[in-house]
Ligand binder design. Structure first.
Ligand code: ATP
Length: 245
C-alpha cells in the first residue's frame, strides 16, 4: 500500500491553553516490520502523523492493525524499521541514549489498560515511583507532586491504600496520577478504559477530557469504544497498519 498521510487539522478547536498547531510529535513514513524465523508482519505501513500541542486524538481499529505498535513508537519504547520520529522538530535518531531516556521520562506519560501498579506499594508510593529516577527532584518535591496529582484525579483520601483495596476505576486514576506527577507534555493511553465497566470507563474518560481541556495536556488514546473516541478532537482509524480515515 502507498504511503498514507495522517496529517490533518483537529476537527474541533484545541484547548484554549494549547498552542495551536505546534507539533509535539511527528511520524514520517513510519514502517514497522516484525520478523520471526517463519513470518514477516508489517505492523505499520508508511504512517505519517502529526500530533499537535493540546490535541486529544483517539486511535481505533481492529485487533492486530498496529495501534499498540504505533503507541510504543510514539512513546520511544520501540524503534521503527524505517521512517523518522520527530519530537519538537528534532529527529529522535539524532538524540543520544541519555537524551532519549530523559525525553521518555520527562515528556511522555503512559497509561495502560491493566494499570501496571505495584501491589506492594501504597497509592502514594506508586505515584511517586517514577520520580525517584528524576535527577534534581527532592524527596519533598516528589511527595508534593504525588499529592497534587492524586488530588487532581480525586483520590486524596486514598493515598495510604494499596492497589488491591481499590476499584478498577480508582486503580486507573492512580495510574493517571502517576503519569501526571511526571508533568508530561504528552500522555499516551492504551485502552485506558478497556478493563472497566461502562460507568467507570465514563469517569476515566471524563477525567482525561478534563485534563486536556483544563490543563492543555496532549493525549493520544487507543480505544475500542467508538462513543469515547467521538468525544475526542480527532479520530484516526487504522486498518492493516495504515490509516483509513
Ligand atoms: N513482538 C512482536 N513480534 C511479532 N509480531 C508482532 C509483535 N508485536 C506485534 N506483532 C504483530 O504486529 C501486528 C500489530 O500488533 P499490535 O499489537 O500493534 O496491534 P493492535 O492493533 O494494538 O492490536 P490489539 O487491538 O489486539 O491490541 C499484529 O499482527 C501482531 O501480531
Amino acid at each position: 500500500m502507498n504511503a498514507t498521510t495522517l496529517f490533518s487539522a483537529p476537527t474541533a478547536a484545541p484547548s484554549t491553553r494549547a498552542t495551536a498547531f505546534q507539533p509535539v510529535i511527528e511520524l514520517r513514513s513510519i514502517e514497522k516490520v516484525y520478523q520471526t524465523k517463519t513470518i514477516e508482519t508489517v505492523a505499520l505501513n508508511h504512517v505519517n502523523l502529526v500530533i499537535h500541542k493540546g490535541e486529544f486524538v483517539s486511535i481505533m481499529g481492529p485487533s492486530g492493525c498496529g495501534k499498540s505498535t504505533l503507541l510504543s513508537i510514539m512513546g520511544l519504547l520501540d524503534e521503527p524499521t524505517a521512517g523518522v520520529v520527530e519530537i519538537e522538530g528534532r529527529a529522535v535518531q539524532s538524540y543520544s541514549d541519555k537524551e532519549l531516556a530523559a525525553l521518555r521520562n520527562h515528556k511522555i506519560g503512559f497509561v495502560f489498560q491493566s494499570y501496571h501498579l505495584i501491589n506492594d506499594l501504597s497509592v502514594l508510593d506508586n505515584v511517586e515511583l517514577p520520580l525517584l529516577y528524576r535527577p534534581g527532584v527532592s524527596g519533598k518535591e516528589r511527595r508534593e507532586r504525588a499529592y497534587a496529582a492524586l488530588d487532581k484525579v480525586g483520590l486524596s483520601a486514598r493515598t495510604n491504600h494499596f492497589p488491591g483495596q481499590l476499584s478498577g476505576g480508582q486503580r486507573q486514576r492512580v495510574a493517571i496520577a502517576r503519569a501526571l506527577a511526571g508533568r508530561p507534555e504528552l500522555i499516551l493511553a492504551d485502552e485506558p478504559t478497556g478493563n472497566l465497566d461502562s460507568v467507570m470507563g465514563e469517569e476515566i474518560m471524563e477525567l482525561l477530557l478534563g485534563l486536556n481541556r483544563d490543563e492543555g495536556t496532549t493525549i493520544v488514546m487507543v480505544t475500542h469504544d467508538e462513543q469515547q473516541a467521538l468525544k475526542t478532537q480527532r479520530l484516526i482509524r487504522f486498518f492493516d497498519g495504515s490509516q483509513v480515515s
